[in-house]
Design a protein around this ligand. Structure first.
Ligand code: ADP
Length: 270
């Protein structure tokens, strides 16, 4: 099978979007050894583009990662960002809003965590929790969360217009693969700390979460802030796919090193 282009994962026809149309175990026509080698190559390109992005200080990138438990948000972050300059990357993990966060509107903390010009920001969970978990668990009424799709589209439009490229990945793991990974967490003493009792309660809500994801992705995959549905049953597919999505976003920005100051260009250091 010819390798699929990463564009095939992009949600470009949001109407009637169904997660069942996306195979969680898709290998995208890649082979594991080749994909692992290619990931290293993609990371070198990411590093080179990050240097330009930081030097230019005109644009930024916001990579949003959302997923059901154990789909591998943390593993993806470790895998694809490990070759980058940490000074230019900011990862924010969003938890249940508390204190001053809970006293503000739901986008307040999100906006504060957005990357400055020249940086790559990564959201491990995000403002999408405010149309996902809050909906599934009935934390706010429908009349409140249903308005948020419009807020989110407008907010992401604002970010885009002001120089932040927003790209969103849903790491799409199957229910059976999630079971295997949660069991592994229980059985492996080095992974037990990752297991929360709430994971089992959330697993029971699987169909409700899937429906909420379908709605959220369908309503907020826009030209200025697209969603990609990334097959996540194989870690090596997931990692390479997200790395390529980030790479194509950076390539699209096309950051350049600014020219040296003409006043110093012929200076000889003695
Ligand atoms: P993770 O599962 O991402 O590795 P945690 O185990 O700390 O990290 O879980 C974070 C929890 O915070 C998740 O259950 C998530 O649903 C919850 N959360 C994040 N944002 C919100 C929000 N806006 N409202 C309610 N719960 C939220």
């Amino acid at each position: 099978m010819a390798p699929k282009r990463i564009d095939a994962l992009r949600v470009s026809r949001p109407n009637g979007f169904k997660l069942d149309d996306y195979d969680t175990a898709d290998t995208l026509g890649w082979h594991k050894d080749g994909a692992l080698a290619e990931l290293e190559h993609v990371k070198l390109k990411l590093d080179a583009l990050q240097q330009r992005l930081a030097a230019e200080r005109r644009s930024s990138v916001l990579l949003v990662l959302q997923a059901m438990d154990a789909a591998g948000k943390d593993g993806t972050i470790r895998s694809i960002l490990s070759g980058l300059n940490p000074a230019g990357v900011m990862v924010t993990s969003f938890k249940v809003p508390a204190g001053i966060e809970a006293d503000h509107d739901y986008l307040w903390r999100t906006h504060q965590a957005c990357p400055v010009a020249g940086d790559i920001g990564v959201f491990n969970r995000s403002h999408y929790e405010d149309v996902l978990v809050v909906r599934v668990k009935g934390l706010v009424p429908r009349s409140t969360w249903s308005k948020r799709f419009r807020h989110i589209n407008e907010f992401e439009r604002l970010l885009h217009d002001e120089g932040t490229r927003v790209v969103k990945c849903f790491l799409n793991v199957s229910k059976s693969e999630q079971a295997r990974r949660l069991q592994d967490r229980l059985d492996d003493p080095t992974k037990g700390w990752k297991f929360r009792e709430g994971d089992l309660a959330d697993r029971k809500l699987w169909p409700k979460f899937r429906r909420a994801y379908e709605d959220a992705i369908g309503q907020t995959s826009t030209a200025h802030a697209p969603w990609y549905v990334v097959p996540a049953d194989h870690n090596w597919v997931r990692n390479l796919a997200v790395a390529k999505i980030l790479l194509s976003t950076l390539q699209d920005i096309g950051p350049q090193f600014p020219p040296a100051d003409p006043h110093v260009i012929n200076t000889k250091i003695v």
